[in-house]
Design a protein around this ligand. Structure first.
Ligand SMILES: NC(=O)c1ccc[n+]([C@@H]2O[C@H](COP(=O)([O-])OP(=O)(O)OC[C@H]3O[C@@H](n4cnc5c(N)ncnc54)[C@H](OP(=O)(O)O)[C@@H]3O)[C@@H](O)[C@H]2O)c1
Ligand SMILES: *[C@@H]1O[C@H](CO)[C@@H](O)[C@H](O)[C@H]1NC(C)=O
Ligand SMILES: *[C@@H]1O[C@H](CO)[C@@H](O)[C@H](O)[C@H]1NC(C)=O
Ligand SMILES: *[C@@H]1O[C@H](CO)[C@@H](O)[C@H](O)[C@H]1NC(C)=O
Ligand SMILES: *[C@@H]1O[C@H](CO)[C@@H](O)[C@H](O)[C@H]1NC(C)=O
Length: 322
């Protein structure tokens, strides 16, 4: 795998590669018995993921902050199949209050939960603080999903136990996890405006996604819970994610055009990791172009992963006490 297969689209050991689409990698899979939550499922890769999971007959819950966009996404899916099971629930990941309200509303639906896709994200935004007073990219991309996952975990464990079906958590990370602050996570300066770099803050949040997935994977294995947790890099795809860097990305694309994917290809790795029977029992791994890949050294650092877990817990608890 690597640059050669990315450019040529040649398949890797999994039988799929950078040119594979979400429909292709889930061909023949029947997800009738699965319920999946997709954060940020109203646009971009998340929307295509929601569409293809519904096409495979899963019950899909689109979790989005923009309810109009989410309802449009739902209609788009229902246009293909009017009996597809799609729900829309409000979720704003940069507000812990909203995350708790989302979890309450989801629990009230009394649905099982087999698959959680932590897909929502922001990239390269100028320095700003979340509602809870935490740097926005770290708050949205990492901490919000940390809290959300923790609130939904008992439901996932219960479902896995009751149904005997393996639960799966998929975290959308990025190759950008390679470009972060010194030491990986800037624990002492998480909110520091003077040292803020919009690029490194994004890389830091995406490194946090991998570390978090690995630590959670370790914890679940220890407990004997039948739930896997993996991270993916979807590839380079022109989406709304580029809103804070539209010009930069357009110029970049001119020079690196063959390295870019379309949205159906961009959702392929997520859908592969969420549904494919080949990945039964595979956990704590990082995937790119539908194949396992080794992330950075920092991303496999277990001590750093534990430290991030405790740090995230503290932030969540202190926000709750405010
Ligand atoms: N595109 C790429 O090249 C690329 C590369 C590497 C990794 N990724 C990762 O892939 C994931 C999906 O990105 P995408 O390219 O599909 O971008 P996208 O189209 O912008 O999708 C991101 C989604 O996240 C939602 N979101 C952002 N902040 C949120 C919040 N506070 N609460 C709830 N939802 C929120 C957005 O909703 P709004 O429309 O309301 O903002 C949007 O629906 C991201 O995690 C990203 O880091 C993408
Ligand atoms: C879904 O669950 C039912 C009831 O447990 C079972 O009979 C059926 O085979 C399952 N379908 C699939 C595709 O796993
Ligand atoms: C439409 O969706 C429902 C629910 O997932 C499914 O049972 C049905 O088979 C789908 N119809 C087609 C034509 O795919
Ligand atoms: C990723 O996985 C873990 C599990 O780590 C989860 O708790 C975490 O919040 C996830 N979220 C993201 C997007 O990292
Ligand atoms: C986990 O679920 C899979 C089915 O998805 C099953 O084959 C496996 O035996 C389960 N493992 C445990 C430990 O329950």
């Amino acid at each position: 795998m690597g640059i050669f297969s990315l450019l040529t689209g040649i398949a890797g050991p999994s039988g799929f590669g950078s040119a594979s689409t979400a429909e292709q990698v889930t061909d023949g899979i029947d997800a009738t018995n699965l319920t999946a939550i997709i954060t940020g499922g109203a646009s971009g890769i998340g929307l295509e993921t929601a569409r293809v999971l519904a096409l495979r007959k899963a019950h899909v819950v689109i979790a989005a902050r923009n309810i109009d966009a989410a309802n449009e996404a739902k209609h788009l899916i229902l246009k293909d199949n009017e009996t597809a099971r799609v729900d829309v629930l409000k979720l704003d990941l940069c507000s812990m209050k909203s995350i708790r309200a989302f979890a309450d509303k989801f629990h009230a639906l009394n649905l099982p939960l087999n698959v959680l896709i932590n897909n929502a994200g922001v990239m390269f935004c100028p320095y700003q603080l979340s509602e809870d007073g935490i740097e926005m990219q770290f708050a949205t991309n990492h901490l919000g999903h940390f809290l959300l996952t923790n609130l939904l975990l008992d439901k996932m464990k219960g479902t896995a136990k009751a149904t005997g079906i393996e639960g799966r958590i998929v975290n959308l990370s990025s190759i950008a996890h390679l470009h972060t602050y010194e030491g990986g996570i800037s624990f002492d300066k998480i909110n520091d405006q003077r040292s803020y770099s919009d690029k490194k803050a994004y890389g830091q949040s995406k490194l946090a996604n991998i570390l978090h997935a690995n630590e959670l994977s370790r914890r679940l294995q220890e407990e004997g819970a039948n739930i896997t947790v993996n991270s993916v890099h979807p590839g380079l795809i022109m989406t709304n994610l580029m809103r804070h860097s539209a010009l930069l990305m357009r110029v970049l694309k001119v020079f690196t055009c063959p390295m870019w994917k379309n949205v159906p290809q961009g959702a392929a790795t997520t859908c592969y990791v969420a549904l494919h029977p080949k990945l039964k029992g595979v956990t704590g791994k990082y995937f790119l172009d539908c194949n396992e890949y080794t992330p950075s050294k920092l991303a496999t650092d277990e001590v750093l992963a534990k430290k991030l877990w405790d740090f995230s817990n503290k932030l969540v608890n202190s926000a709750q006490n405010n």
